[in-house]
Ligand binder design. Sequence first.
Ligand SMILES: *[C@@H]1O[C@H](CO)[C@@H](O)[C@H](O)[C@H]1NC(C)=O
Ligand SMILES: *[C@@H]1O[C@H](CO)[C@@H](O)[C@H](O)[C@H]1NC(C)=O
Ligand SMILES: *[C@@H]1O[C@H](CO)[C@@H](O)[C@H](O)[C@H]1NC(C)=O
Ligand SMILES: *[C@@H]1O[C@H](CO)[C@@H](O)[C@H](O)[C@H]1NC(C)=O
Ligand SMILES: *[C@@H]1O[C@H](CO)[C@@H](O)[C@H](O)[C@H]1NC(C)=O
Ligand SMILES: *[C@@H]1O[C@H](CO)[C@@H](O)[C@H](O)[C@H]1NC(C)=O
Length: 515
Amino acid sequence: MRFLSLLHEGPGVPQQFSQRKKGGARATVLFVFIIIFSFFVSALWIDTSVFLGGPHSKWKAVKTLRNVELPESPRRRTEIPLNCSAGNLTRTCPANFPTEFKADDYRNATSVCPEYFRWIHEDLKPWKETGISMEMVERARRTAKFRLVILNGRAYVEKYREAIQTRDVITLWGILQLLSKYPGKLPNLDLMFDCDDRPVVEARYYRGPNATVPPPLFRYCGDDSSLDIVFPDWSFWGWHEINIKPWETILKELKEGNQRSKWIDRERYAYWKGNPFVAPTRQDLMKCNVSEKQDWHARLYIQDWILESQKGYKQSSLADQCIHRYKIYIEGWAWSVSEKYILACDSLTLRVNPRFYTFFSRGMLPMRHYWPIKDDDKCRSLRFAVEWGNNHTKEAEAIGKAASNFIQDEMKMDYVYDYMFHLLNEYAKLLKYKPTVPEHAIELCSETLACPATGREKTFMMESMVKFQAETSACTMPPPYDPQELDTFHKDKYGSINQVQKWEKTYWETQIKQI
Ligand SMILES: *[C@@H]1O[C@H](CO)[C@@H](O)[C@H](O)[C@H]1NC(C)=O
Ligand SMILES: *[C@@H]1O[C@H](CO)[C@@H](O)[C@H](O)[C@H]1NC(C)=O
Ligand SMILES: *[C@@H]1O[C@H](CO)[C@@H](O)[C@H](O)[C@H]1NC(C)=O
Ligand SMILES: *[C@@H]1O[C@H](CO)[C@@H](O)[C@H](O)[C@H]1NC(C)=O
Ligand SMILES: *[C@@H]1O[C@H](CO)[C@@H](O)[C@H](O)[C@H]1NC(C)=O
Ligand SMILES: *[C@@H]1O[C@H](CO)[C@@H](O)[C@H](O)[C@H]1NC(C)=O
């Protein structure tokens, strides 16, 4: 708990750094970028479980139809107000809270959502036949941190237990922004949300002809043996405790950052910096660091982020980051928030075979967006990957670029909202009862969360607030996979991974022969 409070006090960010001034010269922008980048970079590796020191706390070619750029609306749109002077806002929401879409301000979307949206259908499959009853939802309460009810465009929340840091608050903030973006477009619904790291709804308990239907439970990640429903994590609206800015801001900054050095001119080895003590697999990775006896072409660094946060993140610098040809991604206790930041750097991501998936990670493919690294033979796998990349620079660069394009285009904030929109819509279609406001629930709106907030939490809320309702409807939901497509998806995915492993095997066999 001690470092939690330390974090809340923050590292004392100098004013000129924390408030980005507009219209500065290019050099200023660059400088600010370096500072900003270094703030969050220090947290890239942070495995979320570190806070409590442990557990408690297809493939078909991605045929992405990008958003057709619509001309700027000639109408001046009215900004959604945040009125902090209307009464006691920790208790009541403004009565004029917009719950209706202004039809004239709205056009039908012309784009199909990215391919990874198809997993929404997969995640909701367990309830496809039966629908979702109140009894099922209530069974999910066992581990839920809060229950969210949306009724006629308004949000009501019943809190059950404390979440780590402010995960619950920021997640709800995100949902409220979704409501502002699409007023009146979200259906009535009732759901349970768990903010902890690892999935808990184990599939094996819900198999067989007479098995109980699983409880529908929302959280931030899943794995192949669980049925939890995945939802974007809080960091998309900023992680103020460790100074990671909202996603929209970071995307812009990374775009600039990538332009600073050409891939070919970057360091020719694999880089990782983080906290190895959160998971055995990370400690195992440390064995691959360069030493006098061995060079696996990996350069690994331990980051003491508590110390960093006390020192104001001065130690970490951009110079250590997007300047490598290869960057390693490895999970911590569960999924790591760092994944999207690593992939966004247009280095080639060497991804140690993960156990967990997030809402977007199932859209990323080996040899197309990243290079797969064996979890049980990391060092040799890394060494081979780097050597291969240095021998095939064009291909390696192209994979790195494909990943950063994926992040910039298919995971822009608009699509994060659209994913939430469709997931909640599809979920609500399955409900077999009319949701009602739970007895102990309170109404939430942007005011109730943002008005009392202070410091960096408030800054990030203001920055990530949706200020205008959407001009178009959400992207069009792609259809579910048919079993054959899903089969092909898995075959192709594991086919690529096996291909790499075969190359690796052959390579190491010849190395041994030569010795
Ligand atoms: C904020 O709310 C108060 C009380 O309802 C109202 O008097 C005031 O005009 C509102 N301010 C804005 C900017 O809407
Ligand atoms: C607002 O309401 C909360 C909860 O009822 C109360 O604790 C707080 O003192 C009130 N604030 C004001 C300014 O009335
Ligand atoms: C948008 O789509 C809806 C449903 O498909 C249709 O009823 C409506 O007329 C469309 N609106 C416009 C402006 O094209
Ligand atoms: C499932 O339930 C049916 C009807 O109650 C029963 O006849 C059948 O034996 C059960 N099957 C299993 C595997 O328990
Ligand atoms: C890895 O090796 C580099 C270079 O020798 C060194 O600076 C770094 O501290 C090492 N990292 C770890 C985790 O030991
Ligand atoms: C890279 O090229 C060198 C020199 O041609 C060769 O010896 C080595 O086996 C190649 N390594 C890989 C992984 O392709």
